[in-house]
Design a binder for this molecule. Sequence first.
Ligand code: SAM
Length: 262
Amino acid sequence: MARLNNLTGKEWIQFTKSWFKVSSKSRGKNEIKHPAKYPEELVDEFIKFFTNENDVVFDPFLGVGSTIVSAERNNRQGVGIELNPYFYEICKSRCSEKAKIFNGDVREKIKSISKDTIDFIMTSPPYWNILSKKRGNSDSQHSDREKKGLQLTYSNFDNDLSNINDYDVFLGELAKIFNSCYSKLKPGKYMVIVIQNFRNDNGEYITLAWDIVKKLEKKWKFCGERIWLQEDKKLGIWGFPSTFVPNIHHHYCLVFKKNEVK
Ligand SMILES: C[S@@+](CC[C@H](N)C(=O)[O-])C[C@H]1O[C@@H](n2cnc3c(N)ncnc32)[C@H](O)[C@@H]1O
């Protein structure tokens, strides 16, 4: 069987631990314009485990292009799609001319990508409409951005997945997008989705991470999760002194695999 990567046994075993922390550089003046980017250092770890040099890495929800930046600095080819032209332009300014990036709705633009050409998918989709909901006065990141006059949501476009009002419709659309990614991936290769469970504005706990696994399991093989712990976030005093309400300071990195050809 071909090697999945060129890691040593020691590096391999470290990656298989089900939780991890990331030490990342602070965001530059352009990256900060995006309300929910993930650190390139997080992507680096996954790219080094799931790919080899010159492999093709795809992100259907590019944002400001953290996946492509990581792919390129690890000598991989980056491919991706972003709906909002503002974020797309920032992404473009951060990557080389070799990157194949598209501006538009992933449901349309994905048709430009040929079948069985991608070696690895790494992405983080909108977490439903979480960014447009006020989650209480101790939601410090949200209010810090507001004070600095930074963008709080992705866009007001109708085809922005984060503007779908109904949770089941959102989940169905998201599942369809990931299932359309399936045919683009080479057989036996992997996809990692960075996602979170969260509380909505009326206090209901939305199990987005678990729900998307259930939806995708019909087509994909779910291989497990790695939990990204965020130690640097401020704690809010929710529910005190009567009710349990968690500070959600972790994301799931869900690992899926496309079947090998029989
Ligand atoms: C969680 S963010 C991705 C951030 C990215 N990982 C980064 O580090 O910059 C999700 C992105 O999905 C984009 N998006 C929303 N609906 C989309 C659609 N229909 N097609 C393509 N992109 C979409 C949003 O504009 C947003 O930038």
